[in-house]
Design a binder for this molecule. Structure first.
Ligand code: G3D
Ligand code: MG
Length: 219
C-alpha cells in the first residue's frame, strides 16, 4: 500500500514538473513572437530616405555604440539591443550626417536590402574579436555588395581593444575583400569604442572625418 502511495506521489511530481515546463515554454515563445511582431511593426514605420548613411552588421558588433560615440562623443558602458532601427542625425564639418542603423539579428537581416538602394554610404560593422561569427558577417556583407556593387563601403573592424581581435589585414583576407569590385570605394578602418576620459576615441574621430569627406564629395 505504502509502495503504491509512493508511486502515486512520484507520478504527481512528474506531471507537475511537465506542466510547469510546458507553461514556461509557452510563455517564452509567445513573448518572443510578440517581440518579433513589434520589431516588424517598428521597422515598417521607417521609410528609406535619400542620402542616408546605412549602418549594418551582425547584432552585437557595436553599431549603436559607434553611433552614440559619433553623436555625443560619449562611450556608454552598456547599450540595449536595437529593436528594429535606430536613426541618428549629426551636423558636423558643415555637413548633415543622417544615419540609419537597422538591427542585425537574424529576423531583421532580411530587411537590410530594402534600405540599400537609397543609401549614400554603407557602414558595415564587424566584431573583430568574434572569429566564430566572422564567416556569417562576411556572407551577409557579400550579399549586400552583390545587390549594390558600387555603393561606397566603410567597413569598421570594431572591438580592436579586445584580446584576440583580428587586425585589418587578417580581416581583409577572412572577409574575402579581394573579391570586391575594384571600382568600389572601400575603406577598412580599425575602431574601438572604449572609455577614454571625455575624449572621443581617435579611431571614431577618423571615421567621422572620412564620412564628412565622402558626403561633401557627393554634394
Ligand atoms: P550592435 O548595435 O551592433 O548590436 P552594440 O552592438 O553597440 O549594442 O554593442 C554590443 C556590445 O558590445 C555592448 O556591450 C557594447 O558596449 C560592446 N562594444 C561595442 N563596441 C565595443 C568596443 O569597441 N570594444 C568593446 N570592448 N566592447 C564594445 P553590452 O555589455 O552592452 O552587451
Ligand atoms: Mg544596435
Amino acid at each position: 500500500m505504502g509502495h503504491l502511495r509512493q508511486i502515486g506521489a512520484a507520478i504527481g511530481a512528474v506531471v507537475a514538473i511537465l506542466g510547469s515546463v510546458l507553461l514556461i515554454s509557452w510563455k517564452y515563445f509567445n513573448g518572443k513572437r510578440c517581440y518579433f511582431e513589434e520589431e516588424y511593426e517598428r521597422i515598417k514605420e521607417i521609410q528609406p530616405r535619400e542620402k542616408q548613411i546605412l549602418v549594418l552588421g551582425l547584432d552585437g558588433a557595436g553599431k549603436t555604440s559607434i553611433l552614440n560615440c559619433l553623436a555625443d562623443h560619449t562611450v556608454k558602458q552598456s547599450t540595449s539591443p536595437t529593436q528594429g532601427f535606430n536613426a541618428v542625425c549629426i551636423h558636423a564639418g558643415g555637413c548633415k550626417l543622417d544615419f540609419l542603423e537597422i538591427g542585425g539579428s537574424c529576423n531583421l537581416r532580411s530587411y537590410w536590402n530594402l534600405y540599400l538602394n537609397k543609401a549614400q554610404i554603407l557602414i558595415y560593422v564587424v566584431d573583430s574579436a568574434n572569429e566564430e561569427r566572422l564567416p556569417l558577417a562576411g556572407q551577409e556583407l557579400h550579399r549586400l555588395l552583390k545587390q549594390d556593387p558600387l555603393l561606397p563601403l566603410v567597413l569598421l573592424a570594431n572591438k580592436q581593444d579586445l584580446e584576440g581581435a583580428l587586425n585589418i589585414s587578417d580581416l581583409h583576407r577572412k572577409l574575402l575583400l579581394h573579391d570586391v569590385n575594384y571600382e568600389k570605394k572601400l575603406f577598412l578602418m580599425a575602431t574601438n569604442v572604449t572609455e577614454n576620459g571625455t575624449e572621443i576615441p581617435k579611431s571614431i574621430q577618423g571615421v567621422k572625418e572620412l564620412l564628412i569627406q565622402l558626403i561633401s564629395q557627393k554634394g
